[in-house]
Design a protein around this ligand. Structure first.
Ligand SMILES: [Ca+2]
Ligand SMILES: [Ca+2]
Length: 400
């Protein structure tokens, strides 16, 4: 979106030079950035904002003082004052306050600011007050035009869960072949389900996959941006549960998961990508290896009977660094479910059957009461409209 900048940015004031170098508006707000001459010590910076009207030349503080002084004079002379004079006082007050600036305090080290409190079609004026009294010489008039609804992914800006890496991190799964599916001869005590036959070689291009399940906080960011529908809130759905912002979002259907990933500039992983990210290339049964699962490896088998913050089981991390690929919540992947698909799957970058009634869910959830459900080869399916309290998702994307 184009902005209108009026005035003469960059005028030097004594030893101080503050230049508004860029001003952009997006749906997330108006973004302002500035530079300060390195020779100048900045002790305070305050951004002043006026809505719809330019700043009066004398400045806001002076305007308010004037209003108080004029008011006192009027009231001291009240018995001698006409109604017309009172009307004049009221008008003066309205005009003065209409020009009053909102002061946005900033840290002296700040060099940019995004003002989210803006409305489409309104004009805003900003100016910098540096070191408590030195204004930049030019005002910046920002015309926030008719916004085109575009989404602004802010995944990387969400809070960091502990333990583990920051939410929003992705892990890279390099290109190459792996064995997908299950082979009873290679599966220890765990029998394969029929839809995991036959084990077959799959060649995938390199891809990224989220290191964590998408959290409630992340999903809410998409809802706030207007690009995702709110998750279901009934029963044990945690969309509105306090203190669970870093838990995986649950009770979202396939289309909601797809919409979130698109908003984040990603997509759901394919079933093959998900399985490779979960178990690597050595046909291990679980993300951490072939040790039987317990409550130190994964949130499953009713260990806590609820979701937990993502990344709570670093011991159960996959060979590529993906967390909670076993347990916490089941995860939507992009493929239609086909129980016999493995027998006809293409060798390279399979994307599942062309159509179907169910989408694939992977990894098991907090309520998986049988350990074999959290095997990396296990497959489940759900109708695309399912919103289950043990079903969430994570996103992936092709490596550039
Ligand atoms: Ca999971
Ligand atoms: Ca199964």
């Amino acid at each position: 979106m184009l902005l209108l900048c009026l005035g003469n940015p960059g005028e030097t004031l004594a030893a101080l030079e503050v230049v508004i170098t860029s001003a952009e508006s997006t749906d997330a707000g108006i973004q302002l950035a500035w530079t300060v001459d390195s020779a100048v010590t900045v002790s305070t910076i305050a951004l002043e904002k006026s809505v719809g009207e330019p700043f009066v030349p004398v400045g806001t503080t002076v305007s308010l003082i004037l209003l108080v002084v004029v008011s006192l004079i009027f009231f001291s002379l009240s018995r001698k004052t006409s109604k017309t004079a009172y009307v004049g006082l009221i008008l003066f007050g309205i005009v003065t306050l209409a020009y009053a600036a909102e002061v946005i305090p900033l840290s002296p080290s700040d060099r940019d600011y995004t003002d989210a409190a803006v409305q489409t079609g309104q004009t805003y004026y900003y100016r910098m007050n540096v070191n408590n009294g030195t204004y930049i010489s030019s005002q910046v008039s920002v015309v926030y035009g008719a916004a085109t609804p575009t989404s602004t992914p802010t995944v990387a800006a969400t809070p960091t869960p502990t333990p583990g890496q920051p939410v929003g991190d992705e892990v890279l799964v390099p290109a190459g072949e792996f064995q997908m599916g299950c082979d009873d001869a290679q599966n220890g005590q765990w029998s394969c389900d029929s839809d995991e036959f036959p084990v077959h070689a799959v060649l995938l291009d390199a891809f990224y996959i989220d290191a964590y399940e998408v959290t409630v906080a992340q999903y809410k960011t998409c809802v706030t941006a207007g690009s995702c529908a709110a998750a279901n809130t009934v029963g044990t759905c945690i969309y509105n549960a306090s203190g669970k912002e870093q838990h995986p979002i649950n009770c979202v259907d396939y289309n909601q998961a797809t919409a979130y990933c698109a908003w984040a500039g990603k997509r759901l992983p394919t079933e093959a990508e998900w399985e490779k990210a979960a178990r690597g290339t050595d046909q291990r049964w679980f993300p951490w290896g072939n040790t039987d699962p317990d409550c130190t490896y994964a949130n499953a088998s009713y260990c806590v009977d609820a979701t937990l913050p993502v990344g709570s089981y670093p011991k159960g991390v996959s060979p590529y660094g993906a967390n909670d690929m076993a347990g916490n919540v089941w995860e939507w992947v992009s493929d239609w479910y086909g129980s016999g698909y493995y027998a006809q799957s293409p060798y390279q970058n399979p994307t599942g059957p062309a159509s179907g009634s169910y989408r694939v869910n992977r990894g098991g959830g907090w309520d998986s009461d049988v350990a074999r459900y959290v095997r990396a080869a296990n497959r489940l399916n759900g109708t695309p409209s399912d919103q289950d309290d043990s079903l969430g998702f994570r996103c992936g994307r092709s490596a550039p």
